[in-house]
Design a protein around this ligand. Structure first.
Ligand code: SF4
Length: 725
């Protein structure tokens, strides 16, 4: 027909970590004209959320950055310049800072939104080529906790699940997770579960998912650690512990059992505010259902005691033997489309491939694969995001390069970044848009291509490598991040180090080699086209030609690098749906999973008489993505999502304050204030207020406290007061 596309091509959505397959419709010039959800892709089975359907719209936004912009000293304005002028400024200004103040005086803030090959090149260029010591990613805001929790408990950052587990569970326990809004296609997979599952939502807020659950557990904010330890105690008392699994595959359970003995039902009831019967019902579900899966997202990860909370969830799965079987697992759902790529190949907390910066043999191994001098690899991971900002404040970091993230909106207590900006001599922002809050503060804007304008691989929550395809040309002089990084490498004088990194496809082959023998091994993936043919490929996918016994190379004497001790047998698991630990072997040195625990700590900024409400922030709509830089470009998505900052307030509080729905309230914390439309609703408990994170003013109020193990910010608990206007 006249309306039929000339061709279609499969690509993976570049918003959230679900990683849905999209069929992009092309005209006869190979340009995208439309898209539909891919019915053959194993993740989404023909479904997509509103963001996916509108994925092409942000590419044609009128405010795309189409040329480099340099701040003019005289006028103070960003003015268009050529790429050669922009690159010269980048090199000259950053080099000058490094010469005067040391290499560590230039830092990088990276992202979970670009393809893995670009992340790897950015991390390698910055740390190995430019001598940058401090590079962190915005995955610090979403996934740092899961990274640390898994690494300590399992020996590697290894989410164990496959999405089929959503359909194969008898009980799904969601903790601090709202998949109806945050991961709508995963929620659709839950609704396809035919096992009549219990669906439990542990969340202070009556979210959309809580509404749909069979049991909503509305605990007090930040009392989840007490609840989880209390559940462990009750399960032990009931004898609902899988002794055989524990004896064979875990260590440290006895100490954990001793520790949780003090978390009596009385204490749990007191600290969580939950009725005793609800606690017992939850214990009953976990104790009696054959396949129990635990799922968490930001309600856990963005907490002052996030890592131990995530590990308390892992502990429940381990002690009840709910791991490695269909429909089970301690499962962290990632946030951004390529958070997993960033965690494993971004060169931030972990050295490329999930190796350890601090271990000489790991540095030597990575240097060998990359054919570089091991001396250029730093011996420590460098500062975390918040520590980089602290170093800017102290004047130790003078230059900052931000790639595909909107720090001035999204970082906790966002007003601080605007103030810190004054401490920087040179701020470079590399982004699709020059209009973001952060780009507006830049000295230099490098215009970048977006999703759909370049090729590469992203890795979703279930460890599936998916292929992103170039289906449109970037506007004006915008270049792919990959091309920008290559130009910078040449300009910096370290182009030779990256000669082999000639294209994203070439880098993919290098990363295959880096991954070889690691738990995230994908050396058995031939090339991009195999990923496309198979509908994405989950790691591990080792090169079986080298493993006559079916064993991972990392299990041999030759490879004793930490995290390389798994064996697995492909005869027992399909390549299309793979979960980890089916053989009960974890990635620790002795193959056993570990129990981690710690005494709960009080909330850093609890409500008080002056600021009597507790502020929670989170996603407000499936049609909005983070700071809205892309989703706000779509008229469809703007229609589907609220366009004004609103505050959810409990009816009892609203009556007391004289607030009505639709009225304007001022929400005030010790750090700032904002105006919001009042939304009087029982979704929030008395004394709580919820603001969606997609509007910049909300984040002026949040309190900058951090989990000590992961350095992840705690976005979901700050003391505020509410004043009707
Ligand atoms: Fe799927 Fe997430 Fe994209 Fe929506 S945003 S289509 S759920 S990958």
């Amino acid at each position: 027909s006249r309306l039929a596309p000339a061709a279609t091509i499969t690509s993976v959505c570049g918003f959230c970590s679900t990683g849905c397959g999209l069929k992009i419709h092309l005209n006869d010039r190979g340009e995208a004209i439309n898209l539909t959800a891919d019915p053959g892709y194993p993740v989404n089975l023909g479904m997509a959320c509103p963001k996916g359907w509108e994925a092409l719209t942000p590419l044609v936004a009128t405010d795309r950055a189409t040329t480099p912009l340099l701040r003019d000293d005289a006028s103070g304005r960003l003015v268009p310049v050529s790429w050669s002028v922009a690159l010269a400024a980048f090199v000259q200004r950053f080099r000058s800072i490094q010469e005067r103040s040391g290499k560590a005086a230039v830092a990088v803030l990276s992202t979970g939104q670009i393809v893995t090959e670009e992340m790897a090149l950015l991390g390698a260029l910055a740390k190995f080529g430019m001598g940058v010591r401090h590079l962190d990613s915005n995955t610090r805001q979403c996934m740092a906790t899961s990274h640390v929790a898994y690494k300590q408990a399992f020996g590697f950052d290894a989410p164990p699940f496959t999405y089929a587990d959503l359909e194969e569970s008898d009980a799904l326990i969601f903790i601090g997770a709202n998949p109806c809004i945050a991961h709508p296609i995963l929620w659709q997979r839950v609704t396809m579960n035919r096992r009549n599952p219990d669906i439990v939502v542990i969340d202070p807020r009556r979210t959309e998912t809580a509404e749909a659950a069979t049991l909503h557990v509305p605990l007090r904010p930040k009392s989840d650690l007490v609840l989880l330890y209390g559940l462990a105690r009750r399960l032990i008392e009931r004898g609902a512990v899988d002794q055989a699994f524990g004896a064979a595959h875990t260590s440290g359970f006895e100490a954990f059992a001793e520790f949780v003995a003090e978390f009596t039902v009385d204490r749990v009831v007191r600290d969580t505010g939950l009725p005793r019967e609800m606690l017992e019902r939850l214990v009953e579900v976990i104790a009696t259902r054959e396949r129990v899966s635990f799922w968490w997202t930001m309600g856990v990860n963005q907490s002052h005691e996030a890592t131990r909370t995530a590990q308390a969830i892992i502990n429940l799965a381990l002690m009840t033997g709910n791991i490695g079987r269909p429909g089970t697992g301690a499962n962290s759902i990632t946030g951004q489309c390529n958070a997993m790529g960033s965690r494993l190949f971004g060169n931030a907390t972990s050295l490329l491939g999930g190796y350890d910066f601090a271990r000489r043999e790991h540095r030597a191994h990575v240097a060998r694969v990359l054919q570089i001098d091991p001396a250029v690899i730093p011996e420590a991971p460098g500062l975390a995001y918040d520590q980089i900002l602290d170093a800017i404040e102290r004047g130790e970091i003078r230059g900052l390069w931000i790639v595909a993230t909107n720090t001035a909106h999204s970082w906790i207590g966002s007003q601080r970044f605007a103030a810190l900006r004054e401490r920087l001599e040179f701020l470079v922002v590399q982004d699709m848009y020059a209009t973001t809050e952060t780009a507006q503060l830049a000295d230099l804007v490098l215009p970048a291509a977006g999703w759909g304008e370049k090729d590469g691989v992203i890795i979703n929550s279930e460890r599936r490598l998916g292929l992103v395809r170039k289906v449109a040309r970037a506007p004006g002089e915008a270049l792919s991040d990959f091309a920008i990084l290559k130009l910078i490498a040449e300009g910096w004088g370290c182009g030779e180090m990256f000669r082999r990194w000639s294209s994203p496809a070439a880098v993919f082959q290098i990363l295959k080699e880096v991954s070889r023998g690691q738990p995230c091994d994908f050396s058995g993936v031939r090339d991009y086209w195999q990923i496309e043919e198979e509908g994405g490929i989950q790691w591990p996918r080792p090169d079986m030609r080298e493993m006559p016994n079916g064993e991972c190379r990392g299990s041999t004497e030759e490879d004793t690098l930490e995290g390389s001790h798994s064996t697995f047998d492909d005869r027992h698991s399909s390549f299309h749906e793979r979960r980890l630990f089916e053989d009960g072997k974890f990635f620790t040195q002795d193959g056993r999973a570990r129990f981690f625990f710690e005494a709960p700590r009080p909330m850093p900024e609890p409500p008080d008489p002056e600021y009597p409400f507790l502020l929670m922030t989170g996603r407000g709509s499936s049609a909005q993505w983070h700071t809205g830089t892309r989703t706000n470009k779509s008229a469809v998505l703007r229609k589907l999502a609220p366009q004004q900052l609103y505050a959810e307030i409990n009816p009892a509080d609203a009556a007391r304050l004289g607030v009505v729905s639709g009225g304007i309230v001022r929400v005030i914390s010790r750090r700032g204030s904002c105006e919001a439309l009042a939304f009087v609703t029982a979704t929030v408990q008395r004394g709580h207020v919820f603001l969606p994170m997609h509007f910049a003013p909300a984040n002026r109020l949040t309190f900058p406290s951090f989990d000590p193990h992961s350095r992840q910010p705690s976005y979901k608990a700050a003391a505020v007061r509410i004043e009707p206007r």
